[in-house]
Design a protein around this ligand. Sequence first.
Ligand code: ACO
Length: 311
Amino acid sequence: DMSDQEREFQDKIDADIKIEPRDWMPDDYRATLIRQMGQHAHSEIVGQLPEGNWITRAPTLERKAILLAKVQDEAGHGLYLYSAAETLGVTRDELTEMLLDGRMKYSSIFNYPTLNWADIGAVGWLVDGAAIMNQVPLQRTSYGPYSRAMIRICKEESFHQRQGYDAIRKMAEGTVAQKKMAQDALNRLWYPSLMMFGPSDKDSVHSAQSMAWKIKINTNDELRQKFVDQTVPQIEYLDLDLPDEGITWNAQRGHYDYTDPNWSEFFDVIKGNGPCNVDRLAARNKAWDDGAWVRDGLMANARKKAAAKMA
Ligand code: ACO
């Protein structure tokens, strides 16, 4: 039931040939990429909010400089991804407006608060750790501009993960009170981090088609398991308690067993009812409104220049 054009397209995908902006592509392939890349870009931008919140309160000048650099990197990732998405025929303004009025999503994780400095360490360690687990395979995604953007993003993201692990290690090896903060941050951010990979495979409506098109390389549960397997030994190295009593090594599977997140909480958060959804969208709307005069000024200047050229 595939047309010749669709058959040819799928053959290219199967042969690992990248799809480029001017190549023919099915409408749904384009729409799926716009959804995923746009959502990914929005996550980078909204993701600056929970960490930006702590730049002025970092415990040392060094930690402040590192956090500032990291938050700037996230802005860069967002702009990279918006540019890559624009090659599909949608503008950055359109994407932004869809974020601001709730038509598009951003990652569930950023609807949880960062309550103290230990949370900032845990965000780098767990949230960026989960983000890389998902993004490394996306370097091989079928759409050329997306895959190339991922290469640089992954390099920066691994620095972010290491700085987070370093910050949390310092707390875990610190005073009794500091170690307690590290444990509390781990306990609170564990399940929200597992949720970043998306719903369990049986509820993942997009996975089958996205994997056939190599927009996605792995299923949500595959990557979640990989993340658990990587992180449990790190928790043990830090001498912290496991955040889930269900975590046990399963020699038969060669993986850690673990307790699934509370999926009704996940679906509730992505519907807009998480602890920070309202604040996050209000902050982005305010930034957009406050920046209107800059956009208007740039457009007025561009029009003036164009008129002068015509005259
Ligand atoms: N947060 C918010 N929404 C989510 C999340 C999440 N963690 N996971 C899944 N969803 C949404 C999907 O967008 C989809 O809703 P929609 O149809 O309204 O768009 C629904 O839940 C069903 O999920 P899936 O069918 O599994 O969706 P999909 O195939 O898109 O998989 C995934 C989700 C794994 C997040 C995928 O989109 C992806 O790999 N995206 C790129 C990576 C990314 O966005 N990373 C941001 C992380 S944070 C950071 O990097 C700073």
